[in-house]
Design a binder for this molecule. Structure first.
Ligand code: AMP
Length: 572
């Protein structure tokens, strides 16, 4: 295996990385560093976060800038404040033995005055988010005139966040640029376009497969109905007592609501979303990093660039709208050679997305049963007992108390003590899950989820892991959902198809009709499947669990003097 010395790095940098505990370069470092040390070659590195890409560009940058010239020579642009700070933090470690090199971070949400003052002190490397950088350029508070090296980190994220014009502006305003180094996890066409426009015959390196997910991640999905999403989330958390995870939601309202609900129910969780002040964000992130918080719930934008080690689980409360986002979410776990689990709570109507994601991550999803109440209790029970056995009793003066304890428990058997301990520790779960319902959305028994007993070998319940369903079926269902076809009148699995004698002649168009039936039934739009409107009547797909409520609330009611008739179309 090659060493850092052999890559051609300055001895002071080699010493610093050795002190950080890096033994050998990672794949991206091995491929990038020798090329980037030339300083004149444009470079594209397709690598996920967690592959060591910060050092891949950070070390050569520190090697080739001139410490005697106190003006900005290198510019690193990245999507978020967190990433900015992480990069600066790593560079600080790398440059530990090099004198006279300054690195400054400039990002939004913090005092621009202080950043301007820092820049004036004379710096060689600026790490910036696009918005704040443009602000500084416009205020003439930063001089990019002598920037030789521009690094675009997490370029795909920056494009996703709408920074394309800003990036082009930055590239256009670095006239002395000798090389551009672009790092990205994925390679959407827009990035190709930017690279074609601003880079000269870039040296391209791919680590792993482009767009591919990390192979250390077990991608699991759980199918439930919309109204059971929250309950499913709780069950997944309860079934994983040692979880240290991030839950992703699509909206900040969801992130906030779920965090509040779970906190009320005794979970260690806080939310990270765009409405927080910088101080609040820092507090939440600090607590999560210290593991004072076991769970973080975040929107995609708020969580971008976060590099927290040791995350065991990522939970998608919903699948992201843009499937590329799935890679970024799941990539928060399974880092630095560890394994991780990415769990997605999926609605029957969303299953078609899974196939597209599988293609993107080049890995298969495993459908897993949502654990039953009993599963959760058993798991919690074993966790309590493991904790008991693993508790260190070598420190502390427990022997002093032993005679007293022995006297107190003289007439209680060992079995009883164990039972009592278990009752104290997990009574809450027993009570809560006593009559817990099955949250799985079953689909005509065609599809076989992987059951929770599957990996519980020690408990003598070692069933084989079963792949969920033949790809063909899922694809067909997905395509049907996309085509909007009713397949000759049959409902999508998991849905009831309801007939209603209201149509466009009643003055409805689709959106107003949808709003009307939801208002009447007090149901959420997630329970709805396809809507097929005709002049005089319509057909609505409603999740099986919610269809009775819909019928009960609409059938027999009046609309503009007309009696509404609603019934299950397939049982007529
Ligand atoms: P990155 O992809 O830059 O976010 O890096 C992921 C993590 O890997 C960071 O915590 C780095 O400190 C760590 N790391 C980077 N390079 C190496 C290396 N050669 N050996 C061990 N750890 C590394």
């Amino acid at each position: 295996m090659i060493t850092f010395e052999e890559l051609g790095l300055d001895a002071r940098l080699v010493q610093a990385v050795t002190e950080l505990g890096y033994v050998n370069p990672t794949q991206i470092q091995e491929k990038a560093i020798p090329v980037l040390l030339s300083g004149t070659k444009d470079f594209i590195g397709l690598a996920q976060t967690g592959t060591g890409k910060t050092a891949a560009f950070g070390l050569p940058l520190l090697n080739i800038i001139n410490a005697d010239d106190r003006y900005p020579q290198a510019l690193i642009v990245c999507p978020t404040r967190e990433l900015c700070m992480q990069i600066v933090n790593e560079l600080e470690h790398f440059k530990k033995h090099i004198r006279g090199v300054s690195v400054v971070a400039v990002y939004g949400g913090a005092s621009i005055g202080i950043q301007i003052r820092d820049l004036k002190k004379g710096v060689q490397i600026v790490v910036a988010t696009p918005g704040r950088l443009i602000d500084l350029i416009e205020r003439k508070a930063i001089d990019l005139g002598q920037i030789k090296y521009v690094v675009l980190d997490e370029a795909d994220e920056m494009l996703n966040m709408g920074f394309k014009d800003d990036i082009e502006f930055i590239l256009q305003n670095t006239p002395q640029r000798e090389s551009t180094w672009l790092f990205s996890a994925t390679m959407p066409p827009e990035i190709r376009k930017v690279s074609k426009k601003y880079m000269k015959e870039p040296f391209e390196v791919t680590v792993g497969k482009v767009n591919s997910g990390n192979k250390n991640i077990d991608h699991q999905y759980y199918i439930t109905s919309a109204q059971h999403r929250y309950e499913t989330l709780k069950r997944l958390i309860d079934f994983n007592p040692g979880i240290y995870g991030i839950i992703f939601t699509r909206t900040k309202v969801d992130a906030q609501d779920i965090a509040e609900k779970l906190t009320r129910e005794g979970y260690d969780i806080d939310a990270l979303h765009g409405d927080l002040t910088q101080a609040q964000r820092d507090k939440v992130m600090g607590e999560f990093r210290d593991k004072t918080l076991q769970l973080l719930i975040a929107t995609d934008v708020a969580a971008r660039g976060i590099d927290v080690q040791g995350i065991t689980h990522v939970i998608n409360y919903e699948l992201p709208d843009d499937i590329e986002v799935y890679t970024h979410r799941s990539g928060r776990t399974g880092r630095a050679g560890n394994t991780g689990i990415c769990m997605s709570i999926v609605h029957a109507r969303e299953t078609f997305k899974l196939k597209a994601i599988e293609k993107l991550i080049q890995s298969t999803f495993n459908r897993v049963d949502i654990p039953t109440g009993k599963d959760v209790c058993r798991k919690q029970f074993y966790a309590v007992m493991d904790k008991l056995l693993e508790t260190d009793i070598t420190h502390g003066d427990y022997d002093t108390y032993l005679p007293m304890l022995e006297e107190k428990f003289a007439d209680v058997s060992k079995e009883d003590i164990l039972k009592r301990l278990a009752a104290v520790e997990f009574d809450r779960f027993l009570k809560y899950y006593e009559n817990a319902e099955d949250l799985n959305l079953r689909d005509n028994g065609r599809q076989k989820p992987r059951e929770f007993g599957a990996d519980r070998g020690a408990q003598g319940n070692n069933r084989e892991r079963t792949r969920f369903e033949p790809r063909g079926e899922r694809q067909e269902r997905g395509e049907r959902a996309e085509r909007g076809s009713y397949g000759g009148g049959g409902a999508t699995p998991g849905y009831a198809r309801l007939f209603v004698n209201l149509g466009t002649k009643d003055g409805f168009y689709k959106a107003s009709f949808l709003q009307f039936i939801l208002d009447m039934s007090d149901l959420k739009k997630e329970v709805l499947g396809r809507i097929d409107m005709k002049d005089m009547n319509s057909w609505v797909e409603v999740e099986q669990g919610a269809s009775h409520q819909m019928i009960r609330c609409l059938d027999g009611k009046n609309y503009k003097g007309r009696r509404i008739r609603m019934n299950d179309a397939n049982s007529r």
